[in-house]
Design a protein around this ligand. Structure first.
Ligand code: MLT
Ligand code: ZN
Length: 466
C-alpha cells in the first residue's frame, strides 16, 4: 500500500485517539501483522494497543468515520490467515487487555478481557477447583478473544463441545463503534435471536470482542491415556466404537504413520511401542476406579485379538499421559519448518473411514510428489490434511500447486456433506472455497448480517466473505 495513504491513516489515529498506544516499529508490524500462516506478506499501517473498552469504542468510531480497516489480533496462532494484515490495515492488538475481571463462584463463571491467554484461564479455573475444558496445542499463546472469534475446538470437543459452548456472555464493539452486550452470563434466555452466537466464529468481521464471560465446569475425573497402533481406518472406527461404547472418552485423536514419523523426528521422541502401524489412535478416558481401567484393557484385548489393534501402551501416571500426548500435540509444531499447506476438514463421525479413504486415494494420485500427513480429532469428525512443501520449492508455487487440487478435495467433502473448515476458520486462505460448504443464499445472508453490524466494511475486511 502507498506510504501516503498509510501516513494519512496514522495522522488520523494520532489526532483523534491521542491516548492510544500506537506502534509503527518494523518488528512489531511484522510480528503482529500475521498469524502462523506463511502464505501472505504482512503490510499493516500500524499496530494499536487499546487498554480499555473506551479505547476500543473511540478507535472504531474514528475508523468507521474515516474508513480505516481494522484487523483484530490475539495470540496470532491462527492457521487460515484471519489475523493477517496484508493491505495497510490497522492491527488491533489485545495484548494490553489481559485482566481477569470477575470470578463468580455461584454462577461458576469467569469474566475476562479478550487478551487473556487460554492457558491462564485454564489455570485460574483450576485454582478455583473448576475446569475450563477447551484445550489445544497453542493454548500457551492463543488468546480467548481469538478463540471466540474462531470458535476454537481442539482435543476435548467430543466431551465438552467447542468454545461456543463455554461462552455465556459477550461484549462487542461493532463496526459502527457501538457497544453490544450479549446474554449477560445467563444460562437461560429465550428472548429472541441470540446475537452472541453470530459473533462467535465470525472471525472479527462483525466487531471486536472486548469482554467475555465463560462458564466453568466440574474438574475432570482422573484419567488414563492410551496410544494404540491401528491396522486401518476401518479398524480405527471399530476401536473408537469399542471404547466409546464402554467408557467416557474425553478425547479420541488419530495420526497417520507418516505423522508419527515427523513428530518423533521433530521432537526427538522415542518409539512409543515396538510395532509400527499405518495409523495410531490416542484416546483419553475417565478412570476414577480400577474397574474402568480393566474395562479398557478388555476392549484393548478384544481389538488385539480381532486384529484391529496391533500394539498399545497405557499411561500409569500424569507424566506418562503427558508424554503420550506429545505424539499428537507436537505434530503441528514439528512440521512448521515444512510450511505445510493445511486443509481442515470435517464430516459426520460415522462417515470418516469412507471419506478419508477416498481423500487419501485422491491425495496419492494428485499429490504423488508430496508428503501428505493425516492427523486430527477423529472423535468429533475433524481431519487435518497437511501437505509438506519440498525444501527447494518457492512458497507461492507450492501454494498454487496445492490450490489446483483443492476443488477436488472440496468436491469430495461436499459429496460427503462435510465442511471445508472444521475449526481453523475461513480467513484469507479458504474464502475462495466457501461455496463448497455454504450455499449462495447462505453467503448472501451472511453478507446481509455483516452489513447490519459493519456497514462501512472496516471489520477485518477481505476475510471470510472476501
Ligand atoms: C491440531 O489439531 O494439532 C491443530 O488444529 C493444529 C493443526 O492442525 O496443525
Ligand atoms: Zn486441530
Amino acid at each position: 500500500m502507498q506510504t501516503e495513504q498509510k501516513n494519512t491513516r496514522l495522522r488520523l489515529l494520532n489526532t483523534h485517539c491521542p491516548e492510544l498506544e500506537i506502534s509503527t516499529e518494523k518488528a512489531v508490524l511484522e510480528s503482529h501483522g500475521c498469524d502462523w500462516t506463511r502464505f501472505r506478506t504482512p503490510d499493516p499501517t500500524a499496530v494499536v494497543f487499546p487498554r480499555s473498552v473506551q479505547d476500543v469504542t473511540r478507535l472504531v468510531a474514528v475508523a468507521a468515520k474515516h474508513r480505516i480497516p481494522l484487523v483484530p489480533s490475539g495470540g496470532r496462532t491462527g492457521l487460515s490467515g484471519g489475523a493477517v494484515a496484508p493491505a495497510g490495515e490497522v492491527v488491533v492488538s489485545f495484548d494490553r487487555m489481559r485482566r481477569i475481571i470477575d470470578f463468580n463462584a455461584v454462577d461458576r463463571t469467569l469474566t475476562v478481557e479478550p487478551g487473556v491467554v487460554t492457558q491462564a484461564i485454564q489455570e485460574y479455573a483450576r485454582q478455583k477447583n473448576l475446569y475450563y475444558p477447551v484445550s489445544f496445542a497453542s493454548e500457551g499463546s492463543s488468546q480467548i478473544g481469538g478463540n471466540i472469534a474462531t470458535n476454537a475446538g481442539g482435543i476435548r470437543v467430543l466431551r465438552y463441545g467447542l468454545t461456543r459452548d463455554q461462552v455465556v456472555g459477550l461484549k462487542i464493539v461493532d463496526g459502527r463503534g457501538e457497544l453490544i452486550e450479549c446474554n449477560s452470563g445467563l444460562v437461560k434466555n429465550a428472548s429472541g435471536y441470540d446475537l452472541r452466537h453470530l459473533f462467535i466464529g465470525s472471525e472479527g468481521t462483525l466487531g471486536l470482542i472486548v469482554e467475555a464471560t465463560l462458564r466453568l465446569v466440574d474438574p475432570p475425573e482422573p484419567s488414563r491415556v492410551m496410544l494404540l497402533a491401528v491396522n486401518s481406518l476401518e479398524g480405527m472406527m471399530t476401536v473408537f466404537r469399542q471404547f466409546n461404547d464402554a467408557l467416557t472418552l474425553t478425547a479420541f485423536e488419530f495420526l497417520s504413520g507418516a505423522a508419527m514419523f515427523f513428530v518423533r523426528a521433530g521432537h526427538d521422541l522415542p518409539e512409543p511401542m515396538d510395532t509400527e502401524a499405518p495409523y495410531y489412535a490416542l484416546l483419553e478416558f475417565d478412570c476414577a476406579d480400577p474397574d474402568l481401567e480393566d474395562l479398557a484393557l478388555q476392549r484393548f484385548e478384544y481389538c488385539l485379538e480381532e486384529g484391529f489393534v496391533l500394539d498399545g501402551v497405557i499411561s500409569q501416571s500424569e507424566a506418562q499421559a503427558a508424554d503420550l500426548w506429545r505424539y499428537r500435540e507436537g505434530i503441528s509444531e514439528a512440521i512448521t519448518r515444512y510450511t505445510p499447506y493445511k486443509n481442515d476438514l470435517s464430516v459426520r463421525i460415522s462417515k470418516i473411514p469412507d471419506y478419508l479413504h477416498d481423500l487419501d486415494q485422491l491425495a496419492q494420485s494428485r499429490y504423488p510428489e508430496y508428503e501428505v500427513l493425516w492427523y486430527g480429532h477423529f472423535g468429533d469428525g475433524n481431519l487435518h490434511m497437511n501437505i509438506l512443501k519440498p525444501e527447494d520449492m518457492p512458497v507461492d508455487e507450492f501454494e498454487k500447486a496445492c490450490a489446483r487440487v483443492n476443488p477436488d478435495v472440496f468436491e469430495l467433502t461436499r459429496a460427503h456433506h462435510g465442511s471445508i473448515s472444521a475449526e481453523h476458520g475461513i480467513g484469507l486462505l479458504k474464502q475462495n472455497y466457501l461455496s463448497y460448504t455454504r450455499s449462495d443464499t447462505d453467503i448472501e445472508r451472511m453478507r446481509g448480517i455483516k452489513a447490519v453490524f459493519d456497514p462501512v466494511n472496516i471489520m477485518n475486511p477481505g476475510k471470510l466473505l472476501g
